[in-house]
Design a protein around this ligand. Structure first.
Ligand code: HEC
Length: 189
């Protein structure tokens, strides 16, 4: 039986293992501190990037008319419903430049068929019929200038009254001249 006494003195208060544990603990504490700082920095950078993009893209890109128009065109619904008489609602992206109306000049036959044929096609009210060479011969003999002048300004002859431009004052002088040329060509032998 061993003698009773003090328990053997513990020389090592910390075992190598507990020493290791202490070191791990220290490392972990530091490491989590570093992690925390890094995470905070990351969040800070994200917020900064968002702010920056808001300041730049918000002003220069997203609010731009071009961008907005393209966006509207992209998110436009495929079909649209129109009730009778409703205007076609156009978005900015759909608006196409309206071409300048071109002043169209009617050709001789076109003018004749719309403004002169009523009288000169039938001989109404003494009008010399187109194609009647006998009726047109003496008139053509006056010369084109006289014919042009009579037709543009109006003319009262022995057979009746030729209204200025055949009553179509919207026609240009050149259009009337072209119609006369056509009538003369049709009525020459
Ligand atoms: C409302 C009927 C009427 C219409 C429309 C009319 N004319 Fe006449 N035109 C006459 C009559 C009538 C005469 C013959 C007048 C006369 O010699 O007494 C005439 C004569 C003429 C003459 C011969 C003038 C001359 O010196 O002998 C010319 C050229 C002529 N018309 C061109 C035209 C042209 C071009 C148009 C169409 C832009 C036209 N007319 C439309 C009734 C018409």
């Amino acid at each position: 039986m061993p003698p009773l006494g003090k328990p053997p003195k513990q020389t090592r208060i910390t075992s190598p293992r507990s020493k290791h544990l202490n070191r791990d603990q220290k490392f972990f504490d530091r490491y989590s501190l570093v992690l925390g700082v890094l995470a905070a920095a990351t969040i800070g950078l994200i917020v900064l990037a968002m702010k920056l993009s808001d300041m730049t893209q918000g002003v220069y890109t997203r609010d731009g008319a071009e961008y907005q128009a393209a966006l509207n065109a992209r998110i436009r619904p495929f079909g649209e419903i129109y009730l009778p008489g409703e205007e076609h609602a156009t978005t900015a992206a759909q608006v196409e430049p309206v071409p300048e109306p071109v002043a169209t000049v009617m050709s001789g036959p076109q003018v004749y068929n719309s403004a002169c044929i009523a009288c000169h096609g039938t001989g109404v009210a003494g009008a010399p019929m187109t194609g009647d060479a006998a009726a047109w011969g003496p008139r053509i003999a006056q010369g084109m200038d006289t014919l042009n002048e009579h037709a543009v300004n109006g003319f009262t002859g022995s057979l009746g009254f030729m209204p200025a431009k055949g009553g179509r004052l919207d026609l240009s002088d050149d259009e009337v001249h072209a119609a006369i040329q056509y009538m003369v060509n049709e009525s020459s032998l």
